[in-house]
Design a binder for this molecule. Structure first.
Ligand code: ADP
Length: 748
């Protein structure tokens, strides 16, 4: 039986606990033993009670906790060979052959060195008589998988590091709050965020919050110019009526000569040159703390499980790998490659080769930086001489989703900046029928980025029959040459209606783009829709509280979440909260399932369980409703436990959009506007849906959309997340059942 050690090292990051839980449970499920190495490398060097076996239940109830329950530390001894030899001895004493190391680039550098030195360290241990040659022979190699735990998102090998999304939540919440007080007093705030060598948090939080200026290490401004350029933008913003001004500064911000730019420097410049009342807020450790976001819990769970798969499958000579994520795809990359490319960025910054630093950060970082530079402008660029200005309409369709406003703001600003005339259609397709259309200018979308809901208005009306004449009239009247529909299922169907009728109505014969925005994540040609992450985060927030209330009173909760016939929110909500059971429409609900659940609950509560959590989709089964389920469990539970139902309802559609949704909305909108502008210039244009597929933004031809859909159930025919069902079940199962199953397996 293989023994796997798991440790968290370096700076702590929210989501590390979810990763540890996934490592332990996956390993146990696969028949390996797991050891927690407490306090990072220090525990490895010290050994003794710092290295302890962990069982299934030991990692119960930690999914929602911030920080790391197995501790983290910096360890000087591990930087010396002697320290690493002691660490090797302690691993060998415990029979540990594989490690999953969760930490930043420093910790993973340490891991790389340990793995390379391993044969030498083992030989030295034999030489000094601390182990026998026989023992050494059974420990010829050490297998390592690394997970990047770092709020900075500063490492190659993964789109997102564990903790970065949560840190963005903290920062964006803070900036949203500061914006309202700044606006009340017409003040300027300088917000300093973490990131000594990496501007990710600063850049993305500025993009997500609609801040006015950002300073990051990868793209430092000219030495004598930055003050003037920043002041010009802020000053113009004030002139056009902006009441708040926010400048986001990364800890490691500097000018082109490598002189640091501190938040104090920025404050002084603003006070001296603009006479602005300026305050500094240094967010500090708040960014590291608190409960992990839904995204971090799920992502950490997926990479944690994959790390175990990787070490169990690795051959003796295999190089360590980093397990990362690209879109919804879990990836493995050689550790040395990840480290080399990460160091290359640091070197480029040190050598002041900033274009190389930006290039090495990757395409989406660069694209975000470009978008931000446009979005913060007070006025659009002047159109190119002779450029044809296209007339592009923006509208919604379907239910409201957080992030719709963010997408509209980005589309209007980026479209206007490219020289196009942007028209807003109010009230979805009803508005298009009733000619509720007006031009939107640069300032009409100011302050819209962080706001939940849909200011343009949206509804689920799908045009039919006579409506088409009215719509054609509106489109012709406003000479609309391209249409961007930001919305959900009925919005998609409405666009398809126009698209399919374009032979009969010449006005419909224009390029159209659908931008997926619904909390349900039930749209074709994209892995994620704008709004789903926010809804998921709201569900997780609510269920965390429900769980806390239930623990006090031996209670089972049946929680109902939205999604129509699509189980995305249910399954992911279950994974992020550790629910023991989820019910999806895709799988159906039978009496037999519920009877088995009752038995499991009775058994669990008899053994001292204090809380049960079941999450179901609103339409999982119309006959076996939430009320029915709760009543059934209540009756069968007798005196052992009581049951309550919690229908989360419309809170899931509300709330300000999460950083993930704001960034996704902005990226989608930017790509969609470019695409539309390009298609309007083509004779053979293509109408499409924009989406993110396996981490890449792509366009899918509207001709192909129909065959991707299950029209009766209003969801795509194939849903990627369905592959996670078994995995979610394994993670959440109680240990006794696992033991039972193992016993059964063995007896067979
Ligand atoms: P992070 O992992 O968050 O980047 P650090 O850089 O502080 O944090 O690294 C955490 C620990 O990893 C260090 O205290 C040390 O024990 C180990 N470590 C870091 N760099 C090295 C190195 N070059 N060689 C050996 N161990 C290292």
């Amino acid at each position: 039986m293989k023994r796997i050690g798991v440790l968290t090292s370096g700076g702590d990051a929210p989501g590390m606990n979810a990763a540890v839980r996934a490592v332990v449970r996956t390993a146990l499920e696969k028949g390996a033993e797991t050891f927690a190495i407490y306090e990072g490398y220090r525990g490895m060097v010290e050994g003794k009670d710092k290295i302890r076996r962990v069982g299934w239940n030991k990692v119960g109830g930690i999914l929602q906790l911030g920080g790391t329950v197995i501790g983290s530390a910096r360890c000087q001894e591990f930087r010396e060979r002697e320290g690493r030899r002691n660490a090797a001895l302690n691993l060998i004493h415990n029979g540990i052959e594989a490690l999953v190391i969760i930490g930043g680039d420093g910790s993973l550098t340490g891991a790389h060195i340990l793995q390379q030195e391993w044969p030498g360290l083992v030989a030295e241990l034999v030489e000094v008589g601390q182990i026998t040659q026989e023992v050494a022979d059974t420990h010829q190699s050490l297998t390592i998988a690394g997970l990047v735990g770092s709020i900075d998102n500063d490492m190659h090998g993964t789109d997102m590091t564990i903790g970065a999304d949560t840190a963005l939540h903290r920062i964006v919440d803070a900036i949203d709050a500061i914006t309202s007080t700044a606006a009340s007093h017409q003040r300027t705030f300088v917000v300093e965020v973490m990131g000594r060598r990496c501007g990710y948090l600063a850049l993305m939080s500025a993009l997500a919050s609609g801040a006015d200026w950002v300073l990051i290490p990868e793209s430092p401004p000219e030495v004598h110019e930055w003050q003037a350029r920043m002041c010009e933008v802020l000053h113009k913003g004030r002139e056009t009526g902006r009441r708040d001004s926010i400048v986001v500064v990364a800890e490691g911000a500097q000018d082109r000569n490598g002189n640091p730019i501190t938040s104090q420097d920025v404050k002084e410049v603003l006070e001296q040159r603009l006479g602005e009342d300026t305050r500094i807020t240094v967010l500090g450790h708040v960014q590291r703390g608190g409960a992990p976001s839904a995204y971090d819990r799920i992502m950490s769970t997926l990479v944690g499980a994959e790390a175990v798969e990787a070490v169990l499958a690795a051959g003796k000579q295999d190089e360590p790998v980093v397990i990362g994520i690209q879109g919804n795809n879990v990836t493995r990359t050689p550790l040395s490659e990840c480290l080399n490319r990460t160091w290359a960025v640091a070197d480029a910054i040190k050598e002041r080769d900033y274009s190389k630093a930006l290039a090495l950060r990757g395409g989406s970082f660069r694209q975000s930086f470009r978008m931000l530079r446009t979005l913060v402008r007070t006025f659009p660029h002047d159109p190119e001489p002779g450029q044809r200005r296209r007339r592009i309409a923006v509208m919604h369709g379907g239910g409201p989703a957080p992030g719709m406003n963010t997408a509209v703001r980005a589309a209007v600003r980026l479209g206007t900046d490219k020289g196009h005339v942007m028209l807003g259609v109010n009230n979805g397709f009803r508005g298009l029928i009733n000619d509720e259309i007006e031009e939107m200018d640069w300032m009409s979308v100011a302050g819209l980025a962080p706001r939940g809901g849909a200011e343009l208005g949206t509804n689920r009306y799908i045009p039919e029959g006579r409506d088409f004449y009215a719509i054609a009239r509106s489109l012709e009247k406003h000479q609309i040459e391209g249409l961007l529909m930001i919305g959900g299922w009925s919005g998609y169907l409405s666009v398809l209606e126009l698209f399919n009728n374009r032979q009969n109505y010449p006005a419909f014969d224009i390029p159209m783009v659908c931008l997926p925005s619904t909390i349900n994540n039930n749209l074709p040609a994209t892995d994620f829709t704008v709004g789903a992450d926010t809804a998921l985060h709201s569900i997780v927030w609510a269920v965390d509280r429900i769980k806390q209330s239930a623990v006090a009173s031996r209670r089972v909760f049946v929680v109902e979440v939205m999604g129509h016939h699509c189980g995305y929110l249910t399954l992911m909500g279950g994974m992020a909260t550790g629910a023991e059971r989820v019910y999806l429409h895709e799988e159906g609900v039978t009496l037999r399932d519920m009877a088995a659940d009752v038995e499991e609950l009775i058994e669990g509560f008899t053994k001292g369980k204090r809380l049960g959590l079941i999450i179901r989709n609103e339409l999982a089964n119309e006959i076996y409703s939430t009320a029915f389920m709760a009543a059934l469990f209540e009756e069968e539970g007798g005196d052992l436990f009581d049951v309550r139902q919690a229908i989360l309802g419309h809170m899931q559609q509300g709330g300000d959009p999460s950083p993930f949704d704001r960034i996704l909305a902005t990226r989608f909108a930017s790509m969609a506007i470019d695409y539309l502008a390009q298609q309007t210039a083509e004779e053979e244009y293509v109408s499409a849906c924009v989406g993110q597929i396996k981490g890449k933004i792509q366009f899918t031809d509207l001709h192909d959309v129909h065959r991707l859909l299950d029209m009766d159930l209003a969801r795509p025919k194939s849903q990627w997340w369905m592959a996670l069902r078994d995995f979610a079940r394994i993670m959440a199962q109680p240990e006794p059942q696992w033991d039972l199953r193992k016993a059964k397996k063995e007896s067979v």
